[in-house]
Design a protein around this ligand. Structure first.
Ligand SMILES: Cc1cc2nc3c(=O)[nH]c(=O)nc-3n(C[C@H](O)[C@H](O)[C@H](O)COP(=O)(O)OP(=O)(O)OC[C@H]3O[C@@H](n4cnc5c(N)ncnc54)[C@H](O)[C@@H]3O)c2cc1C
Length: 300
């Protein structure tokens, strides 16, 4: 990261929220379910599938989880009513994983039941390393009850090669991504190329086991390695998918769709947009320019 970007990232908490909101709006569909539905409708028209994320994580009170459960149930209803091509992605800490894992399981169970009622698929997002093991355990438990539950593995974690074997053993549906949280070198690769190699190796392990893999990256090199991995195995287009985040790498996304690959866009929405947007802004190579322009425009 260049010094200007580093400075901007360090001072981001001081940037007024309306300014952050203005420049981050490309990453979030909006605050309401209707906003999310319009975005998914547009993406479907462009030949992309979607996965909906009701924003929110790390709740500190049990009551806060109720809103999330209800929001996902409503989202699943609307996806079905409008016949949209979208599933859902759920963060377990939004359901109280860090407060009480048993309570979290009960709340997640309600979401899985709602998805089952609509024959839809639920992906469990992967969060920071303090919850990796419990998230995998919850995934394995629910996968026994309902086949359309999926996991995420983060290539930067050193443990991922072993976790990929655990996922492969149950032929899990896995999204592979680099990983977004800041993790120490003892448990996570820090070098860009080591992370890339781990990503590619994880995809290979899972594909070899016959798993359905979501190749979630905007890194052109990994997209090429993903394309090569599926081509070598002569996989049908229904046997894997690429995944990207809303507002990122539009050109690469359109190229993959034009080339005939299935591509799913991660569509976050809801009023808890701040933490998510800041994470995305920190990854944006032109963050400095965006933030400065945003401040000059007064966040409009
Ligand atoms: C569908 C999806 C789901 C994800 N789910 C999870 C999850 O559950 N847990 C988790 O820890 N992480 C998740 N991530 C985030 C992921 O771990 C990475 O942090 C993120 O995708 C960036 O890595 P990259 O592979 O795109 O490579 P990078 O090297 O970070 O990016 C490659 C290129 O993409 C472009 N780019 C990337 N980000 C931005 C941005 N914000 N704005 C503008 N351009 C950008 C740039 O041109 C950059 O050079 C998910 C990512 C995707 C695509």
């Amino acid at each position: 990261m260049n010094p200007m970007n580093r400075l901007i990232v360090a001072t981001l908490p001081l940037v007024p929220k309306p300014v952050v909101r203005g420049i981050a709006s490309r990453y979030v569909a909006g605050e309401t379910l209707d906003d999310a539905m319009s975005t998914v409708t547009k993406l479907n028209a462009e030949g992309c599938m979607a996965t909906l994320d009701v924003l929110g994580e790390d709740v500190t009170r049990r009551e806060e989880t109720e809103e999330t459960v209800v929001a996902y149930a409503r989202a699943l209803d609307q996806i079905a009513v409008r016949r949209l091509d979208s599933n859902i992605s759920v963060k377990l800490t939004a359901l109280g994983l860090k407060l009480d894992p048993a309570f979290c399981r009960a709340q997640f169970s309600r979401i899985v039941d709602a998805a089952k009622g609509r024959d839809n698929f639920v992906r469990i997002d992967m969060e920071d390393s303090s919850v990796t093991e419990e998230t995998i355990r919850i995934f394995l438990e629910f996968r026994e009850r309902y086949e359309k539950v999926g996991l995420v593995l983060q290539a930067y974690l050193r443990r991922t090669a072993e976790d990929a074997r655990r996922a492969a053993a149950v032929k899990a549906n896995v999204r592979v991504c680099k990983g977004i949280y800041v993790e120490p070198p003892q448990i996570a690769f820090q070098d860009r190329n080591e992370i890339r190699d781990s990503f590619a190796a994880t995809v290979e392990t899972l594909l070899d086991a016959g798993c359905y893999v979501g190749i979630a990256t905007h890194d052109p090199l990994l997209v090429e390695r993903g394309k090569a991995a599926v081509a070598r195995r002569r996989l049908r287009r229904e046997a894997y998918e690429f995944q990207m985040l809303l507002g990122v790498a539009g050109t690469l996304r359109r190229r993959l769709v034009a080339d005939g690959h299935r591509l799913r866009v991660y569509v976050p929405y809801g009023d808890a947009w701040y933490a998510y947007s800041v994470r995305r802004l920190k990854e944006n190579p032109s963050i400095a320019g965006h933030v400065i322009r945003g401040i000059l425009r007064g966040g409009r």
